[in-house]
Design a binder for this molecule. Structure first.
Ligand SMILES: [Cu+2]
Length: 291
């Protein structure tokens, strides 16, 4: 395999874009109210999964119990990292997933299942989501300065989520809802500085992510997406987490503590039709976080 040909785009396209073609998943916009209701007896506590990222490895427990889970990503650096959780079909392993990424055909048996977006080096980003029992691959698709995704440099880890599928604690109350659509981010109200719990819903027909980036003075979201495809030199902004790719009809929560400023809401996932990253189609929204 020519590893240099594996840009993040092509890689993600292999890993993620076909997921939207699967027929055994809820249709776009399918309500998940029933399952939520079934999962929300009062007073439960979320499990906590803490993952430490460094160049180029994840340190994490081998297994966690199923249910509502707070996932914390601690970035020891020196590079930016995120976690894209991929849920693997029964019987498939991380080794199978890594092998499939090297092949011609995308693994149709792996589906994006969220995970924390990139925190700054030295910081932590947090998502809260329900983990169903099964085998997951934790992957960092962010490219190094040579263009190679970190997963190719060893940034992957297998996680077993042990059953049974449990009644989770009550989901967190969110003060803002961000809907992911083809191709936009729709906010229920403007973001303000400080702490928020954001409910991120994928209301589109294909997988999307939300990456939250505070732009340096004079920089635009497009400056950051250009840098993000091949990160050479200092980034034109600072990262504040988000939610990695989630399936249509699903949701996850993000905990943030945002300084005021000009922000970009970004999605780097490849389009199901043309393979181009979603920011090219408009998912690089400029938004102000007022103090
Ligand atoms: Cu990484």
């Amino acid at each position: 395999m020519n590893s240099r040909s594996l840009c993040r785009l092509g890689f993600l396209a292999v890993a993620l874009s076909t997921a939207s073609c699967r027929s055994d998943k809820p249709a776009a916009g399918a309500p998940d109210a029933q399952t939520d209701a079934a999962r929300t007896p009062a007073g439960g506590q979320a499990n906590v999964l803490t993952v430490t990222a460094s160049d180029y490895a994840f340190d994490a427990p081998a297994e966690v119990p199923a249910g509502l889970t707070t996932i914390r990503l601690v970035n020891k650096g020196p590079s930016l990292h995120h976690i894209q959780m991929m849920k693997l079909e029964d019987g498939k392993t991380l080794a199978d997933f890594l092998g499939a990424l090297k092949g011609e055909h995308p693994p149709t048996w792996a589906t994006p299942a969220g995970g924390p977006g990139p925190p700054e080096v030295g910081s932590t980003s947090t998502t809260i989501e329900v983990l169903e029992p099964g085998t997951y691959a934790l992957i960092c698709f962010i490219p190094a300065s040579d263009g190679m995704p970190h997963v190719m440099k060893g940034m992957s880890r297998e996680l077993k989520v042990t059953g049974p599928s449990r009644a989770a604690g009550a989901e967190p109350g969110a003060d803002i809802v961000v809907k992911l659509m083809d191709y936009d981010f729709e906010l229920s109200r403007p973001l303000t500085a400080g702490k928020h719990t954001i409910r991120v819903e994928n209301a589109g027909p294909q997988p999307h992510e939300l990456a939250i980036v505070r732009m340096n003075p004079g920089k635009k979201p497009s400056d950051f997406t250009a840098w993000g495809m091949k990160p050479v030199g200092p980034p034109p902004g600072t990262t504040h987490g988000g939610v990695s790719g989630i399936m249509p009809g699903t949701h996850a929560f993000v905990e943030v503590d945002l300084p005021a400023g000009e922000y970009g809401l970004l999605c780097f996932l490849p389009d199901a039709k043309d393979g181009k990253p979603h920011f090219v189609h408009g998912m690089q929204k400029e938004t102000k976080v007022s103090s």
